[in-house]
Every structure is written in C-alpha cells, then in structure tokens.
Design a protein around this ligand. Structure first.
Ligand code: FES
Ligand code: FES
Length: 183
C-alpha cells in the first residue's frame, strides 16, 4: 500500500507492504539507516523516531500508521554542516561512546526538552527510561541534555564530529558513528 508522510521535512510517498514496520520502511525503502535496529521488540529504544513530535519505537509501529504524519529521525537534525546543539552536547560531554543508542536517545531527549519534561536530572532520567545504553552509565547523557536545555550548547560543532569520537585504541573503527548517521 502507499504511505504518504513527511520525513525530515521532505514529502515522501512510498509503496510498502501493509505489515511492514515503520522501522523497516525507514531503513529499507527510505534509506534512513540512521534509525537503528536493536531488539526489534520495543524494549531498547534504539529505533526511536519522532512521529508528530512524539518519540515512538519505530519497530513497534506499522508503516501505514504514519500515513499523513510528520516523522523526524536523527539524520534530519544537523543543518548547514553543523550538528544540532543537542548532538553537539552529546559529543562534547562524552554522551556518545559506541553510538548505537544515540539516535533514539537524542530524539527522546529532544522531545523531553521540547515538552518541558527535562526540568531536572531526575526528569531527564525518567524521560529517557525507554532508551537503553550499554556504554555510558547515563550520567554524561543526562549532563548533555541538561546543558542543551539550559542553552549552553556550542553551535559550531561540525556535523562529522561524532564520527571521530571515542574510537577504540589500535586503529579500529567504532561500531556505529557517534551521532547516529550510518549503517
Ligand atoms: S529496536 Fe525498537 S525498541 Fe529496540
Ligand atoms: S549503547 Fe549507548 S553509547 Fe553505546
């Protein structure tokens, strides 16, 4: 069936089997590999996107459900070659390590700040409770979200900054680029 929606500000009309998830449509047809496939069953939050401004696990939403909706992914946040200020804070404060949780984490945090649900560290932690991170211990992520909320974020961090953060020693490459754009 045909699904018409707005993806990161662009109108899209995609032909997709009715039983496909939003996650599968975004990754396999729309080319949004910045949306991560983690558990696939609504537990980890890695696949979170904003649907009409609300963070949802895209593995738990059927593609036809976004017909007529506006969908935001982390890939749409950077602009003019610069990271979104929240992404910049995540990179600068060490909230990004392997980066796999980062796309969903950033979008959930963005929603929380937008709706005023990030007023304290406790509220931030509550808002991010559905996004699991194996690497950071969450503290640096909370710090980054608080700094963004308070308007401390630098506005001049290049969009590829996260790609060079926290590489393993010995020349290996990170499992996923730091700010959530990649495969
Ligand atoms: S992949 Fe969707 S919640 Fe884990
Ligand atoms: S899972 Fe969160 S940075 Fe690795």
């Amino acid at each position: 069936m045909e699904v018409g929606f707005t993806l990161n500000g662009k109108a899209r009309r995609l032909d997709v089997p009715a039983h496909w998830t939003l996650l599968r449509m975004l990754r396999d047809i729309a080319g949004s590999t910045d949306v991560k496939h983690g558990c696939g069953e609504g537990v980890c939050g890695a696949c979170a996107v904003l649907v009409d401004g609300v963070a949802m696990n895209s593995c738990s939403v059927l593609a036809p459900q976004v017909d007529g909706a506006t969908v935001e992914t982390v890939g749409g946040l950077a602009a003019g070659g610069k990271l979104h200020p929240l992404q910049a804070e995540m990179v600068m404060r060490g909230g990004v390590q392997c980066g796999f949780c980062t796309p969903g984490m950033v979008l959930s945090a963005l929603e929380a700040v937008r709706i005023g649900a990030a007023g304290s560290d406790e509220e931030i932690r509550h808002s991010l409770a559905g996004n699991l991170c194996r690497c950071t211990g969450y503290g640096k992520i909370v710090d980054a979200v608080a700094a963004y909320r308070d308007g401390e974020a630098p506005d001049d961090v290049p969009a590829d900054a996260g790609e060079h953060e926290h590489r393993p020693e010995g020349g290996g490459s990170a499992a996923s680029p730091g700010v959530g754009v990649g495969h």
